[in-house]
Design a protein around this ligand. Structure first.
Ligand code: SF4
Length: 224
C-alpha cells in the first residue's frame, strides 16, 4: 500500500476538505519556505547569548526579552531531563523516515531515548500542541520506531519563532487521532464536509474555492 505523507496527514487532521482541494491543485508541499525560522531551532544556545538588537534581527515573532525568557524556561526544563544538548545538536537532522504506513521528513532525531522533534514555523497554542502537529508527531514517531525497531513513547514539537518547545506523550488519544487522519487520507474521494470550527477557515488558502466566508471578510463588509 502506498505510504501516506506526513504533510497529507497534517492537512487531513486540520481539515479533510482542505486536503481534497490541495490534491486537486496538486499542492501538497505544505507552507512556503520557512528555512530561516527552522534554522533558529539549531542555534538556541547562541540565541540565548545574543543581545536584544541581534535577537530583534532574527525571524522571531515576539520581543527579544520574551523570547529569551521562554527559551531559558525551556532550556532549564529540558536540561533537568538531560535533553537540552541533544535537542540543540540532534543525532540526525532532516531525516526522511519511512514507516509501515507513512513517510516524511523528521526535522530532528534525538537519541537515547529515540525521539523525533518537529519544527513548526507558526504560532503555538496556549497549551500543548495543535492537533495537526500531534498527528504529525505520532506519524514521525511511528516511522522512526518502524525503521529502528525501537519503541518511541514521546515526541517534541518546537515553535522556534516563539521560543516555545513542547514535549508530548504519545497517548492513546493521540494515536487514535493519527489513525483517524490516516483513514481520512486513504479514503478521500469526493469533497468532505466543511469543518465546524470556522476559525480554521480564516487562514485557509482555499476559503474562496470552498465557499466559506471568513470572519475577516464579514468584518470588512460590516457584518462581523
Ligand atoms: S475554508 Fe475551511 S472548510 Fe474550507 S477547506 Fe479551508 S479549512 Fe476546510
Amino acid at each position: 500500500m502506498t505510504h501516506v505523507s506526513f504533510s497529507d496527514l497534517r492537512t487531513a487532521a486540520y481539515c479533510p476538505r482542505k486536503l481534497y482541494y490541495a490534491r486537486q491543485d496538486d499542492d501538497r508541499g505544505g507552507p512556503p519556505a520557512v528555512d530561516a525560522v527552522r534554522d533558529l531551532a539549531f542555534r538556541y544556545d547562541d540565541l540565548l547569548e545574543s543581545a536584544d538588537s541581534a535577537l530583534a534581527a532574527e525571524p522571531i515573532a515576539v520581543d527579544p526579552a520574551t523570547y529569551r525568557e521562554r527559551l531559558e524556561t525551556a532550556r532549564d526544563r529540558l536540561e533537568s531531563r538531560g535533553r537540552w544538548a541533544t535537542l540543540c545538536e540532534p543525532e540526525v537532522r532532516d531525516l526522511l523516515a519511512t514507516g509501515r504506513h507513512c513517510r516524511g521528513v523528521v526535522h530532528k532525531v534525538l537519541a537515547d531515548p529515540l525521539e523525533p522533534s518537529l519544527l513548526s514555523p507558526g504560532r503555538p497554542p496556549a497549551r500543548g500542541v495543535w492537533e495537526p502537529h500531534s498527528v504529525h508527531a505520532v506519524a514521525a514517531a511511528k516511522a522512526l520506531a518502524w525503521e529502528r525497531e525501537t519503541a518511541v513513547e514521546t515526541a517534541i514539537v518546537e515553535y522556534p519563532a516563539y521560543g516555545v518547545i513542547r514535549r508530548i506523550d504519545l497517548t492513546t488519544r493521540r494515536k487514535a487521532s493519527y489513525r483517524r487522519a490516516l483513514r481520512t487520507v486513504r479514503s478521500l474521494d469526493g469533497p468532505p464536509p466543511r469543518v465546524r470550527n470556522r476559525s480554521k477557515c480564516e487562514s485557509c488558502a482555499y476559503a474562496e474555492t470552498c465557499g466559506v466566508r471568513t470572519r475577516t471578510l464579514r468584518s470588512l463588509l460590516g457584518f462581523g
